[in-house]
Write a protein that binds this ligand. Structure first.
Ligand SMILES: NC(=O)c1ccc[n+]([C@@H]2O[C@H](COP(=O)([O-])OP(=O)(O)OC[C@H]3O[C@@H](n4cnc5c(N)ncnc54)[C@H](OP(=O)(O)O)[C@@H]3O)[C@@H](O)[C@H]2O)c1
Length: 325
């Protein structure tokens, strides 16, 4: 089978499409014929050696997939060859076949196509965990989403709306902000041309935001934090801009603001039942039409490198997927 192989950390371009043996499913594992694999920012970081998870070489990036079960390891129950599934795999998704833990695999919900299945789990689980479990966001609260046209950003807009929040989306271009409005944002801020802090205050009649969802970092974090109201919350999701901000802590003291870290991957180990409940919630919202991952581009496996470069270079709207048609 073919797979995009990373043999050493380095530039994204160094990965090679290679013929490699089919993996053999071990105990508790499924072998999945990959139909679609979601592309996420951590994939770009991982192959460069900049991500907290550093897999042994050689490996293929690609942390979430959908496809068809073609093999079952020892002790697997509840799945059969031929099942349509979606799975969180951490690595291995940018390939024709991929191993998945049965415990991190779900049947593809009825009516869900493979691309949607590959675009749902990582970003939507992150945002639901952040907004519900970490921030305890309430209906009627104002949520500001930074990097709002990106993968986790779009999911935060849709989940924010599903939870009854007013959502203000912030992004770097008018084209991206149009995407944010299309998926449900109530108001938008172009932070390349407008002052983020001033605009949040303006849009909230000087009160400030209840919750800020920040997957971007850099200079935006402090500006947004300064526009958070009394006891409001900053959710630290990621640092797509590259710089990890250093925040003056008086900004937390002054309005009893809370700065809350979010690490969805590890949270699923600390609270597996909560994670299962969140997956059921997402499935229900999908069936009810309240969330629908926006897949903006599809790349054949031969062009997977281009997909990873696009996400690293700030070029993605919603989600992109790597497909084996
Ligand atoms: N904490 C967790 O559990 C968790 C889970 C999943 C992902 N994450 C993190 O969340 C972040 C976003 O992931 P994603 O998959 O949503 O990525 P994405 O689709 O590329 O979105 C990131 C957004 O960040 C903004 N950005 C600003 N400066 C950038 C730069 N120099 N390069 C790239 N993007 C830049 C872009 O929006 P504008 O152009 O509008 O500024 C972009 O749309 C990543 O850091 C990822 O590691 C964290």
């Amino acid at each position: 089978m073919k797979a995009l192989i990373c043999e050493a950390f380095g530039p994204i371009e160094n990965q090679q499409l290679k013929d490699v043996p089919s993996p053999k499913p071990g105990p508790g594992q499924l072998l999945v014929q990959v139909k679609s694999a979601g592309v996420n920012f951590p994939d770009a970081l991982m192959v460069q050696g900049k991500y907290q998870v550093k897999p042994p070489f050689p490996f293929s990036a690609g942390g979430e997939i959908s496809g068809i079960v073609i093999g079952l390891g020892e002790g697997v129950t509840g799945f059969a060859v031929g099942d349509r599934v979606m799975a969180l795999v951490s690595t291995g998704g940018f390939a024709q076949e991929c191993l998945a833990q049965a415990s991190r695999t779900l049947p593809l919900p009825q009516g869900m196509d493979f691309d949607t299945g590959a675009a749902l789990m990582l970003t939507y689980c992150t945002s639901l965990h952040a907004l519900k479990d970490v921030a305890d966001m309430q209906p009627g609260e104002t949520l500001v989403v930074l990097g709002a046209a990106g993968g986790v950003g779009v999911s935060a807009i849709e989940i924010g709306k599903a939870m009854g929040a007013r959502v203000i989306a912030a992004a770097s271009s008018e084209e991206k902000l149009a995407v944010c409005r299309q998926v449900g944002a109530d108001d938008t801020i172009n932070y390349s041309t407008e002052n983020l802090k001033d605009r949040i205050n303006e849009l909230t009649d000087g009160k400030g935001a209840d919750v800020v969802y920040d997957p971007v970092g850099g200079s935006y974090t402090e500006q947004a934090l300064r526009a958070i109201k009394w006891r409001g919350k900053l959710l630290v999701i990621g640092f797509a801009a590259g710089d990890i901000p250093r925040i003056p802590l008086n900004l937390a003291l002054l309005k009893e603001r809370q700065i809350l870290g979010v690490y969805w991957g590890d949270s699923t180990k600390h609270d597996p039942e909560g994670h299962q409940a969140n997956l059921r919630q997402l499935e229900n919202w999908f069936v009810q039409g309240r969330i629908k991952p926006l897949v903006s581009e599809r790349f054949p496996l031969e062009h997977a490198k281009e997909a990873i470069l696009l996400i690293a270079n700030r070029g993605v709207k919603g989600k992109i997927v790597v497909v084996n048609d």
